[in-house]
Every structure is written in structure tokens, then in C-alpha cells.
Write a protein that binds this ligand. Structure first.
Ligand code: GYE
Length: 311
């Protein structure tokens, strides 16, 4: 409450609420929407919070502005879902100077002084890249194509974001175990369906022998599926679709036969951050880095599991 966090308890409009400023990346994907909802439904007044929400529209400069605003308003906690990893030192130095704890969620930041943030909770993106490659290797083996040349294209996420870096690097590392896999091209689709479709259209024009699309999120995969159908090919059969996030619409695409697998990335960080804040309120220690458990969902599991999915 406001007393333990050192705020003016007599302030009428905020009362005893814990004020949390949340700088969100944007609204680029189903994953992001689920992530935003998770915060909005957790940080309610009934639960004792006032949530100040800022959508940065995928721009770091907007995030820096929002964080400076939060500092000026003297919020109790700043939560950041950072769009990219680098460039945070100055503004986080200002938050530290103001004595406001900073919690990083989802993507990571790359700072030389790790006292600039209290803790981070998110996914192991490199592991997700490994999982995608391992699934593909097994699938191709079942099809008897382990020795065949396999032409791959990748729709990358926002360049410089942890989700892009980890998934690209994890997959690339595993490719070394498969000398017959060829990466024809990699380009960013900015994690959006429309850009994913656009980039896939250009890939289809440049290469007539694509075997696999790695889409670094489901929404770009949906765009790719549309592009493949428009080009007269069958997604899920002529071209294998490997994706990340495992949002509900991906399960629908898998049931329809359009997508082959989605590697899960869990967006439900609201309750995790609330737990961290409650510990900090009590003066307890929190773990510096918290990784979330995630699975891999091939198309064969989709029909059975779709109704159990929360996002
Ligand atoms: O995979 C994508 C979103 O950072 C994990 O961002 C997140 C990624 C997610 O736009 O859909």
C-alpha cells in the first residue's frame, strides 16, 4: 500500500492503491493483446492497484517518453515490455535516481549495469528456436525426407527484440546439425499479419521451391498462409508452416490443416508481476530472472487442446 511504498497516503484520488505504470510494446499480435488483457484484468482497483497503461506502437522512443511520464507522476512501480534489447541505460538511470523499482516483462533488455532493473519475467526464446528446429527434424524424418534438400525461409520478428534474436539464433544453431537444410532468405515481418503476408508474397516470387516457412509468431504465419493460398499452393502440405506463440487462432489454423506446429510462448504475465510486486511490498527478495514453462503444439494435438487454451 502507499505507506510501505513511501507515498503520500493523504492523496485522495489514489488512496491506498499501488500505482503501476506499464509501458507496453503495442498491439501487433494476438499474443500482445492477450498480454495486455492479462495486465488489465490483474491490476484492477478491486485488487488494490491503479494501472497506467501506455501503448508504444512498437516504437522505443514512445516507450522512453512513457517511462519519463511515469517517473514524473512518481508511480510506485514501472513495468516495461521492451520493444528492443538495447538503448535503455539513460532512462532506467533516471528511474533508479527517482527510486522507482523497474520490472521487465516478456522481452529482455541488454544493460551493462543490472541494478538498473529489479527483475525480469519472460520466455526462453532461444529454447523456442531449438524446439522449432527439433520438431521440424522429427517431422521430416517421419516423412522420409531427412536426407533431402530442405529449402527454408524465415519471417523474422521485430529486429533487435529478444523474441526475434532468440528464435532466429536458436533455429540457426540447430541448423548446423542438418547440412541438408538451406536458409533461402530471412526478412522481418514486424510480428504483424499484414507485413508477414507482404514478405511471404515476395519470397514466393523470388523462390519457387520453398519447403518450409519459419514464422517467428503466429500472426505472421497467418499472413504467410494467405499469401501461399493466393499463390495456388497448399499451406501445411506443399509448404510446412512452423510458428511461435500458440495462440487460439493458431490452433484453429492447425485444425484447418493450414499450420503444422506452434511453439508456445506464454503471455499471461499479469499475475506473475503482481506476485513480484506483492513480495517487494513486503520487503522480500525476488528472483532476478524468472523463466516461464512452455510447450510445443503440433497440429495433431490441436483439436483435442483448443478448448483448454486461455489465450
Ligand atoms: O511472440 C509476438 C509478439 O515478445 C514474445 O511479441 C513476444 C512476441 C510474440 O508480437 O507475437
Amino acid at each position: 500500500n502507499t505507506q510501505t511504498s513511501g507515498k503520500d497516503a493523504s492523496s485522495k484520488d489514489e488512496g491506498d492503491l499501488i500505482v503501476v505504470g506499464f509501458s507496453q510494446v503495442g498491439a501487433e499480435s494476438d499474443w500482445r493483446t492477450a498480454n495486455t488483457k492479462s495486465f488489465q484484468s490483474t491490476f484492477t482497483e478491486e485488487a488494490g492497484y491503479k494501472l497506467l497503461f501506455d501503448d508504444a506502437q512498437q516504437k522505443q522512443e514512445n516507450q522512453i517518453k512513457a517511462i519519463r511520464n511515469f517517473i514524473q507522476q512518481d508511480v510506485d512501480y514501472i513495468v516495461i515490455a521492451p520493444v528492443v534489447e538495447t538503448g535503455w541505460e539513460t532512462v532506467l538511470g533516471e528511474a533508479k535516481e527517482a527510486g522507482i523499482p523497474v520490472i521487465i516483462v516478456d522481452r529482455m533488455i541488454n544493460v551493462s549495469d543490472d541494478s538498473l532493473f529489479t527483475c525480469w519475467v519472460g520466455s526462453n526464446f532461444k529454447q523456442e528456436g531449438y524446439d522449432a528446429a527439433d520438431w521440424l527434424a522429427e517431422y521430416l524424418e517421419k516423412q522420409g525426407r531427412s536426407e533431402e534438400t530442405i529449402n527454408i525461409v524465415t519471417l523474422q520478428g521485430t529486429i533487435g527484440s529478444s523474441a526475434q534474436i532468440g528464435r532466429t539464433e536458436g533455429f540457426a544453431e540447430k541448423m548446423k546439425e542438418h547440412p541438408n537444410w538451406v536458409m533461402l532468405d530471412r526478412q522481418t515481418g514486424e510480428f504483424t499479419q499484414s507485413k508477414g503476408q507482404e514478405v511471404m508474397e515476395s519470397f514466393l516470387k523470388s523462390y519457387d521451391d520453398i519447403d518450409v516457412v519459419i514464422a517467428e509468431n503466429d500472426n505472421m504465419a497467418f499472413g504467410a498462409i494467405d499469401a501461399i493460398k493466393a499463390a495456388g499452393k497448399v499451406p501445411g502440405k506443399d509448404i510446412i508452416i512452423v510458428s511461435f506463440d500458440a495462440v487460439k487462432a493458431a490452433f484453429e489454423a492447425m485444425i484447418a490443416g493450414d499450420m503444422n506446429v506452434s511453439v508456445e510462448c506464454n503471455p499471461l504475465h499479469g499475475p506473475r508481476v503482481a506476485e513480484i510486486i506483492q513480495k517487494l511490498e513486503k520487503g522480500e527478495q525476488v528472483e532476478k530472472l524468472q523463466y516461464v514453462e512452455e510447450g510445443v503444439y503440433p497440429a495433431e494435438t490441436a483439436a483435442e487442446l483448443i478448448n483448454t487454451r486461455e489465450y
